[in-house]
Ligand binder design. Structure first.
Ligand code: SAM
Length: 237
């Protein structure tokens, strides 16, 4: 945790972590909160446990869900952000890639998810924070690479979360974001107004790449499998 403090916009004088993660939600409260059914499930202990088991099993068989370490161009010693990290499996795998001298920071809003993350993934190069994706407690240009896997669909203002990820990325740093999408065509026109189910929404094909470019991402590319889409790029210098 000591390694995270210099990266914070308002580092606490007494950084207590009684639950194993640093809670930054009090000092940076969320303006918009998702009160839908899906996020309520991920905020519960049962839901966090169910998700952890299901996601671990799914990652063994579905390649597109696996760690984006390669696409993030990670090197040993770098600092990487895993936004909406859930139970922290991807955070831990990114920590292995950046090695002992690197740092993987997992951020999530759910206490139940973070409780599982700290319970399962303790290491000197992993830190977990509780914060809202729309208001990251990190300094500008402080992170070498950032990812968000299956998180933006739950965030009330996904553009704000993407803008925050790009703000904290250093120039040249890579981003990889995975979201559920719908096929282009008629629904594409509806774009940002696609209805959500249980408080979780889908994105039109061009939506995330478009927002990312708007906030300064270059070399934007996408990869799609069924209803899942990755968007990749790097922050302009
Ligand atoms: C489907 S889970 C994905 C977890 C993880 N990325 C993975 O792939 O294993 C979505 C996560 O987004 C988190 N989340 C939802 N809204 C958030 C917000 N505003 N800020 C941070 N995390 C949020 C949820 O708590 C949940 O852990």
């Amino acid at each position: 945790m000591q390694r995270v403090l210099p990266l914070l916009t308002d580092p606490p004088e007494n950084p207590a972590t009684p639950n194993g993660y640093l809670d930054q939600l009090d000092s940076h409260p969320a303006d918009h909160v998702n009160t839908g059914m899906v996020q309520s499930l991920w905020s519960s202990r049962v839901g966090a446990s169910l998700f952890d088991h299901a996601a671990t099993a799914a990652r063994r068989v579905v390649g597109i869900l696996q760690s984006p370490a390669e696409r993030l161009h990670l090197e040993p010693g770098q600092t990487v952000l895993d936004l909406a990290c859930g139970p922290g499996e991807v955070t831990a795998s990114l920590a292995r890639t950046v090695g002992r001298d690197g740092l993987a920071i997992g951020i999530d809003i759910s206490e139940s998810m973070l409780a599982r993350a700290v319970d399962r993934h303790r290491a000197g190069n992993i830190a977990f924070l509780r914060a809202d994706a729309q208001r990251l407690p990190l300094r500008d240009n402080s992170i070498d690479a950032a990812t968000c896997i299956a998180g933006l669909q739950l965030i009330p203002d996904p553009a704000a979360a993407l803008a925050e990820m790009i703000r904290v990325l250093r120039p040249g740093g890579h981003l990889a974001v995975l979201v559920p999408t719908v096929r282009s065509g008629a629904l594409e026109k509806i774009g940002r107004n696609l209805p959500g189910i249980g408080g979780a929404r889908s994105f039109a094909d061009t939506e995330i790449p478009g927002i990312a470019e708007e906030f300064g991402l270059s070399g934007v590319a996408t990869r799609r499998l069924g209803t899942i889409q990755w968007t990749y790029g790097y922050k302009s210098r």
